[in-house]
Write a protein that binds this ligand. Sequence first.
Ligand SMILES: O=C(O)c1ccccc1NCC(=O)[C@H](O)[C@H](O)COP(=O)(O)O
Length: 277
Amino acid sequence: MGSPTILDTIVARRREDVAAAKAAVPAAALEAQLADAPPVIDFAARLRRDAPLAVIAEVKRASPSKGDIAPGLDAAEQALRYARGGASAVSILTEPTWFKGTLADMAAARAAVDALGPARPAILRKDFIIDEYQLLEARVHGADAVLLIVAALDDAALRRLHDGARALGMQALVEVNSADEMARAAELGAGLVGINNRDLRSFRVDLATTDRLASLAPPGALLAALSGISTRADVERFTAVGAAAVLVGEALMVAPDPAAKVRELRGVPAAAPGSAP
Ligand SMILES: O=C(O)c1ccccc1NCC(=O)[C@H](O)[C@H](O)COP(=O)(O)O
């Protein structure tokens, strides 16, 4: 048993956070709020609507590998910038310690994009989800989908959380970084698979990860490439191996014009000056 990785450390802290959250707001209280939660949409269908390439644009104020990225950023305003650029979904980091995210960020981003009507981007809760309680939190705060990190979960927990998300009407983006993890995602019957080019244990980002694993994805699953993506060339590299979506964080968080950056990644012309988004 080697020393704990950053992933182990984050997961351990999330367990503590969840225990404290349960003490403050019992699961039953969250369940009572489900009826009034913002309605959920089909996350995969929303991505497929933007075929051949959907951009999942991420709100990430900070990270373990980079420290502060944009610590003062307003999540709702950034979500609207992403929507103006044509993002199919907005991924909201809700982990507070290393990523400086909150559930309130996600609720605010959801409320902001709701004003755009049915064409709104879908909302993904990006967090280290290890307990069904976090699924309730996600749904009550407007998520359409949640991230499930294979490397952080044993098979029983993975299945329990995958089924739990579905029971709440949400979908799960199942994140893998190796052939073994892809096999576990396939065994799970994952319909949405995210290949993370970042090894969450070492922070090493290798774009060849998607090249290497794409062909192992379960037939019919929607495939997304995550991490280390910053140019249209990166996107085309991944659509060439079957990715139908890319998830981009840092490159969008540091972009002077996030909407224009989303358009660039989508391969669509820049909006004419003064034109409607
Ligand atoms: O981003 C990190 O440093 C990180 C470290 C440890 C666990 C997870 C981490 N990030 C979560 C992600 O997977 C990325 O935020 C997401 O894929 C976007 O990546 P990027 O476009 O490279 O910011």
